[in-house]
Structure formats: structure tokens, C-alpha cells
Design a protein around this ligand. Structure first.
Ligand SMILES: Cc1ncc(COP(=O)(O)O)c(C=O)c1O
Length: 362
């Protein structure tokens, strides 16, 4: 094993700034339900161009609360893409509804609008596309495929992404983000829901905090809520990264540009990067035309390069109903390789990864 591993996606945390902010929270003695969460929510709302952001303890919690607050209930169907992290579908089950899995498009790996249209039934309440790996889905075509249905975004990977000038996060009635360490911005664990709907935001705030309202020191429990709160420490960690977010996004695009040069000529397809909906490269996954991902990943790891599969094909899990066959999703699971990509990766690192990949494909 080489002395130095080239990491897949280490957290993009400015350590000094984060230590200072977290230290200040500890000194304050106020660890939850305080100013840091409010400041984090306000800064994110400004960044996304939405009226409300409600911070919660994970991306999965954000998806779950978003669906419940938007009125998804037992008996409903929610259409989700077949190639994603399983939390997309699991959150629908948590809301008491049934996920219905449809295929994704070759190329983008995002939900196929034609498959959405074909899967709509009288029970379809919502469609929840994913902006996979930080590449916006074709929102307008998805919306046109599901007239009258509730549209919500799984924007777990899509902080900073824009579709035709609109931020991912303001496309649907609501959008859920994740702040897991592999995301563009991390709170260690955490997530948030973005929405312009005042009533929905109020419901989300109730649901995340035991259904409780406090007025003049008097507590009232309005509904049986959850505890999905984000702590002050986690919010402070998130706040430490907001200022540098654009620099991180730019650096990651530069690394992707180096990859495009270094991988040219290899038997693989690069991630698409359309001008009207650019890729943010939360994950940089290449599609192998003639090789299986598993063997190539094993080769890269032996060479000291952390690599992995992209997402999961939900049809293989045996947990969720598919509306029809999902061959494209299965193919992505078999042939997608996620390569190291983060803002500190050097041009020399990219050349090392490309050389090892070329060797694996030889
Ligand atoms: C598309 C998608 N949805 C949901 C999640 C769940 O987010 P979390 O890990 O913060 O619960 C993830 C996490 O990787 C994801 O990639």
C-alpha cells in the first residue's frame, strides 16, 4: 500500500475558522436551539434565494420531514429515480407512503421524464427527482411529465448547483439538502429543507422540535413531532464554510477540467457538464464503456487511490417496487467509478489517478 492515499472526498472545512467558531459555541454554554442555527439558516436562505431554510440533523431527516410537511401520507405513491443513495426511497417509507422506482437517463444518471410520465397513477402524490452527484436534473421536463403533482427535490448533493439560472433548492415546492462530510459543505451530520412556502416552513419547524411552540415562556405541543434539531456546534461548523463555498465550487470545477484532459482517449465517458445546468461535481463519476467498476475500484485502491461506486441501483436492494425495468440504473451501478475530487487535489494527483486508471483499463 503506498504511503499516501489520494482521498476520494475529504471534508472541505477551513480548520482554523471552524475551530474558532466551535470554540465560541462551547464558551457560550449554549449548545442547542440558539443563534448559530438561526444564522446558518438565514445565510443559507440568502445563498439559495429562498424565503426559508429549516436546518435538521441529517439529509435523510430533511427528506422525511419535507415529505410529511408537504402532506405526503399513507396510501400515496412518490416517484423516485432508480439510481440514487437509498435514503431517497427510504424517506418516502418513513413518511408512510410508497416509493415507486423509475429508471434514469443514460448520460446524466438523472430521473427519466418519460419514465415518470409512464409511472403516474391515481395514487401518485409526488415526484422527488435527485440532482445526482451535483448535476441538476432536467427539471422543466420532469415538471411537464407530472402535471398537478407535488414536486420536491432531493438536493442532497446539489448545494451550489443551478438549473437555467435558478438554484437547485428553489425549483420544487421544497428541497432537501445533506451536509454529510462528503457534501460541498458539511456540518459532520446535518441537513436542511429550503422552501418559499411560509406555511410549510412553519410546519417543518414544529415537526423538527417535538411539535412544540414556546410563547412567553409557555410551551404548547401542537402535534406529535420529532427531534430532528441541528445542534449549535454543527451549525457553527456549517457557518465556517459558507464564505468559502464559491472558492470550493470553482476549485472543484478546475479539478474536473484537469480530469477531462487527463482521461481523454480512455474507454470511458466523462460526467456531462451542460452549459445551462453545469455540474458541481459533488461526486466525479466516470462511466466505463467495457469494464466492470468493481475490478477497477479494487485496482485503484491497491494503487493508493480511494475510489468507489457512484450510487445504488434501487432495484437490486429488494426493498422497493419498480414501475418497470430499470436497465440504465443497473448499468450505472455496474460501470460507474467515483474518482477522488476535492478542492485540495493537485494537478499531479489527477495525473496519478489517470495513470492508475489507464493501467486498470489496459
Ligand atoms: C441523493 C441523496 N439523498 C439523501 C442522502 C442522505 O443524506 P444524509 O447522509 O445526510 O442522511 C444522500 C447522502 O449521501 C444522498 O446522496
Amino acid at each position: 500500500m503506498p504511503a499516501r492515499m489520494i482521498r476520494l472526498s475529504p471534508p472541505e472545512v477551513p480548520l482554523e475558522a471552524a475551530r474558532k467558531r466551535i470554540g465560541d459555541v462551547l464558551d457560550s454554554g449554549w449548545l442547542t436551539n440558539g443563534h448559530q442555527v438561526v444564522a446558518f439558516e438565514e445565510a443559507l436562505a440568502a445563498r439559495l434565494g429562498v424565503r426559508h431554510v429549516v436546518a435538521v440533523s441529517s439529509g435523510t431527516g430533511a427528506l422525511h420531514l419535507m415529505l410529511v410537511a408537504a402532506g405526503v401520507k399513507p396510501g400515496d405513491e412518490v416517484i423516485v429515480p432508480g439510481y440514487t443513495f437509498p435514503a431517497t426511497a427510504a424517506s418516502v417509507v418513513h413518511a408512510g407512503a410508497e416509493p415507486v422506482v423509475v429508471d434514469v437517463l443514460p448520460g446524466s444518471a438523472n430521473i427519466d421524464p418519460a419514465a415518470v410520465a409512464a409511472a403516474i397513477t391515481a395514487r401518485t402524490r409526488a415526484v422527488m427527482p435527485v440532482h445526482q452527484f451535483g448535476l441538476p436534473c432536467d427539471w422543466d421536463r420532469v415538471a411537464a411529465a407530472a402535471p398537478g403533482k407535488l414536486l420536491v427535490e432531493d438536493a442532497a448533493c446539489a448545494l451550489g448547483a443551478r438549473f437555467g439560472g435558478r438554484a437547485c433548492g428553489q425549483l420544487g415546492v421544497a428541497a432537501a439538502f445533506s451536509f454529510h462530510p462528503r457534501k460541498m459543505l458539511t456540518t459532520a451530520e446535518g441537513g436542511a429543507i429550503a422552501t418559499d412556502d411560509d406555511g410549510l416552513a412553519a410546519e417543518l419547524r414544529l415537526l423538527r422540535n417535538h411539535g412544540m411552540e414556546v410563547e412567553g415562556g409557555v410551551r404548547r405541543f401542537r402535534l406529535p413531532g420529532y427531534n430532528f434539531r441541528l445542534s449549535e456546534i454543527h451549525a457553527a461548523l456549517g457557518l465556517s464554510q459558507l464564505e468559502g463555498l464559491d472558492a470550493v465550487l470553482d476549485a472543484r470545477r478546475q479539478v474536473a477540467g484537469w480530469y477531462a484532459e487527463a482521461l481523454a482517449g480512455l474507454p470511458l465517458d466523462l460526467p456531462p457538464d451542460p452549459a445551462t445546468a453545469p455540474h458541481t461535481f459533488q461526486t466525479y463519476a466516470v462511466f466505463l464503456r467495457a469494464h466492470e467498476a468493481a475490478a477497477v475500484i479494487a485496482h485503484l485502491i491497491r494503487a493508493g487511490i480511494e475510489a468507489g461506486h457512484g450510487a445504488e441501483a434501487l432495484a437490486t436492494l429488494g426493498l422497493y417496487r419498480t414501475a418497470g425495468p430499470t436497465p440504465v440504473s443497473l448499468d450505472f451501478r455496474r460501470r460507474h467509478v467515483a474518482l477522488p475530487l476535492h478542492s485540495k487535489l493537485t494537478h499531479a494527483d489527477v495525473k496519478t489517478v489517470a495513470a492508475a486508471l489507464s493501467e486498470a483499463l489496459a
